[in-house]
Design a protein around this ligand. Structure first.
Ligand code: FAD
Length: 399
């Protein structure tokens, strides 16, 4: 009873009357369940309901950012399909970055197929020698006439093997300090010189890749944002990434609910275990509320450190709750069910989710880096000193 009563505390957003009418017309014209999902996503974009707070023509209606969540909830309640799971990096991170920094031509060319998931996107940021200290990256983009020529290696590129396009951060000026010599590009993942090699994780799946860029030639209109301002563009992506990861952790079937279900199914009476399950459920609610707040702030343009706080909380909670689930599974926790009775891969089996949850404290910025952000931007503690900030990148010693 306790859990059901608490679940009803979740609050709904109020939908503006005019937008409610647009939502209704979309649902009447494209009834969920009977419409092709891609057509539905396209109609949603054209109706300005993709990101309702974006300008008209960019999948929005220039509405109050708070209305975005209300639209999502109304469409979820109506059983509408969501393209986020098909193109999480595109919709969660690249879309907001193109909307904020792209030219009119880039917004017109890329946003709609990104939203309908007809074009999948990946993020080409991390390198073998540049993860937490991303600004030290070494992939070079050099001008050659009216083209840019890119050489370097990226790693951990989620969905790189499925992506049509990648958002690339590359060094265009080696004489500038590390944060100032970067530029962002939109790269065709099937262009000559792009070599994508999947990497297998401990779950057995190959979600991410290493990507080699070997004399990849880009037209100048592949540049996103001004030359040398890549760090500012990437900051938009990274802030949205933290909110997006936090949000996808919060909207997935909650692992705390799995713990509650297992506790019940096993008719457990152990009071210590019962207290752990209840504590974990409360934690998951706190995480959901932080993420909700970060999401709302993010829609106004800058989620600030709240996105990092939500990401840190969600990642650490994921470790604790998946440990608890394995305890509840007992000896079954040692099994690794790759395929279910129907032969389909068991990607969401609790044992697989336990292994996958280890990555939550690394992806989108490690927990240590999130704690640094929390220390500096929320608590006002002295900055983490990662070396002189004005030294040219080429003079910084590298491994
Ligand atoms: C599942 C998954 C998916 C990913 N997908 C993508 C993707 O699609 N695109 C992409 O570009 N990247 C992606 N990444 C990469 C991710 O952003 C990096 O792994 C992350 O930023 C950490 O960088 P690193 O692995 O190089 O570790 P390092 O930066 O080398 O860190 C090693 C250790 O040192 C600690 N550390 C480093 N600096 C500090 C500091 N200043 N203070 C305290 N501790 C510190 C870290 O916390 C960590 O424990 C993904 C990672 C994972 C796990």
């Amino acid at each position: 009873m306790f859990f059901e009563e608490l679940a009803t505390v979740k609050g709904a957003m109020i939908l503006d009357t005019e937008i409610a009418g647009v939502v209704e017309r979309l649902l009447v014209g494209h009834p969920p369940g009977r419409s092709d999902p891609t057509e539905f996503f396209g109609a949603r974009f054209d109706a300005g309901l993709a990101w309702v707070h974006y300008p008209v023509g960019c999948g929005g209606r220039g509405a109050d950012p708070k209305q975005h969540r209300a639209v999502e909830e109304a469409l979820d309640d109506a059983g509408a399909p969501s393209s986020f799971a098909l193109n999480p990096i595109g919709i969660g991170m690249v879309g907001p970055t193109i909307a904020q920094h792209g030219t009119a031509r880039q917004r017109g060319r890329y946003l709609r197929p990104l939203y309908t998931a007809e074009e999948i996107w990946c993020q080409l940021f991390s390198e073998p020698g540049a993860g937490s200290d991303l600004a030290s990256l070494a992939t070079r983009a050099e001008r050659d006439g009216d083209k840019w020529v890119v050489n370097g290696q990226k790693v951990w590129t989620s969905l790189g093997h499925k992506a049509h396009f990648g958002l690339l951060l590359a060094r265009t000026d080696v004489d500038a300090p590390k944060n100032h010599g970067l530029t962002t590009f939109l790269v065709d993942m099937h262009a000559p010189g792009v070599d994508t090699r999947p990497l297998r994780q401990m779950t057995g799946h190959a979600e991410f890749n290493e990507v080699y860029l070997d004399d990849v030639r880009l037209r100048t209109d592949a540049q996103l944002g001004p030359e040398g301002k890549g760090w500012q563009v990437a900051t938009t992506t990274l802030m949205n990434e933290r909110v997006s990861i936090g949000r996808s952790m919060a909207t997935m079937a909650s692992p705390a609910d799995t713990a509650v279900r297992l506790f019940r199914e096993r008719s457990e009476r152990d009071p210590v275990l019962r207290a752990r399950v209840a504590g974990m459920w409360i934690e998951s609610e706190i995480g959901r509320l932080i993420t909700e707040r970060a999401g709302q702030l993010g829609q106004t343009g800058d989620p600030g450190p709240v996105g990092s706080v939500g990401k840190l909380f969600g990642a650490e909670h994921a470790l604790r709750v998946h440990n608890l689930i394995l305890d509840l599974l007992g000896p079954d926790g040692m099994l690794y069910p790759r395929f279910g009775d129907n032969g389909a891969p068991m990607e969401h089996a609790p044992q697989v989710a336990f292994l996958r949850s280890r990555a939550n404290t690394i992806e989108g910025g490690t927990s240590e880096v999130m704690r640094n952000i929390l220390a500096e931007r929320v608590l006002g503690l002295p900055r983490d000193d990662s070396g002189p900030r004005d030294r040219p990148w080429k003079d910084i010693p590298r491994n």
